[in-house]
Design a binder for this molecule. Sequence first.
Ligand code: GLU
Length: 478
Amino acid sequence: MKVRTRFAPSPTGFMHLGGMRTALYCYLYARKNGGDFILRIEDTDQERFVEGATEVIYSSLKEGGMTYDEGPDVGGNYGPYIQSQRKEIYQKYAKELIEKGGAYYCFCTKERLETLKDDLGNTRYDKHCLNLSKEEIEQKLRDGVPYVIRQNIPKVGVGTYEDAVYGTISVDFSELEDNILIKTDGLPTYNFANVIDDHLMGITHVIRGSEYLSSTPKYNLMYDAFGWERPCYIHLPPIMKDATRKLSKRYGDANFDDFVKKGYLPQAIVNYIALLGWCPKDNSEKMTMDEMIEKFSLDGVSKSPAIFDDVKLRWLNGEYLKAMTDEEFYNVAKPYIEASKVGTKYDNRLIAPLLKTRVEILSEIPDKINFLEEFEEYSLDLYYHKKMKTDKEMAKVVVPLIYKTLESIDTFDHDTIYTSLSNCAQENGYKSGQVLGIARVALSGKEVTPGGSVELAQILGKQESLRRLQFSMDLLNK
Ligand code: GLU
């Protein structure tokens, strides 16, 4: 039997990291087992319609590298893949379920349901309409009385199933209620649509959040009533912000898109969320998608809540940046460099390599390079360096030498600058470290900079380097 998994998000307008992880595990499991990965949009809650929300889902999955084999925008043999386009299908099966005794029409008014509220304001339906005769039901339907269709949960008994992560799950039917399967608007609820679609779409493995663990016995009653084979269930542990709070959109920091905007790489985010609830046998952390597919197995999935660790995500992102070629890094860093004070004034290809090992997330870039544009009067104490044995008196002599050296070279590339400054040091009886250290302060007005004086001079170019050296000579001679 071919493995078929599905990711079934509701289009809310953002892609929560928890959803992204579910999608990832569905994807990894399908790929690992040579199966199919399907995207289904669960939009039956029309009140929650958000413009452009499905596009967010498509683009997040694509950016995260999870190609689906079937879905609304790619097609497939089991469509439509958008639930609101499957209304007739649900209607047909709801009627069939009524005939089989697994569901019933309910014509109760809002007012009557109000009277069923308990002290906490929860309504538990009392199966009132289950007692209507066939004739009464037909009459009401003919009269156009609004209705819903409810699931008929047995009053006694226990629903049991095996979950691949949580083990045996048993729920007493007395704890479940006769949920609505078809709403007055004729559209199904999640409770119904997930079962019908998972069956009709040939889903073999249902992978989803642990919040569905205890309602799964309800779904199983439907599979059983229809005489359909139940899928395998894999419920995933919650992702927590800390020991007590779930990571949720309410904290405003759990959306895939937001992380990308903050300067995390999609592949690093995806790699990190893979580890939220799954640990590969060899404890690998940094993994490509292919490695994750190869290593993925359900025994590595834990039922303990996973804690979202910002620091670790940053670290992992930094590892991805470091592993990039200069060209790859330049491409991702470019918009951030351009957004800094530096803009497009210098050759940004020279700036990018200085940053590759010095930032963990791309949004740190502007802060690291703004100094390039913040050259102004600085303290002469910066020339004092105990170990290098430099100070402002030495700088008074050395800065003019640096000026003359740089003025005399025509090719302003790294090697030429470096060689000429080293020669200048040697010829005048200084250590190269002393000359380079003084040059750094004289060119930047800062004690520490990403990259050394040679890189700095190269980025600034001859004209700007000489202007700054002149400024520093004036400052030293004030
Ligand atoms: N639409 C449901 C959700 O977004 C899907 C749950 C499932 O995967 O069955 O939570």
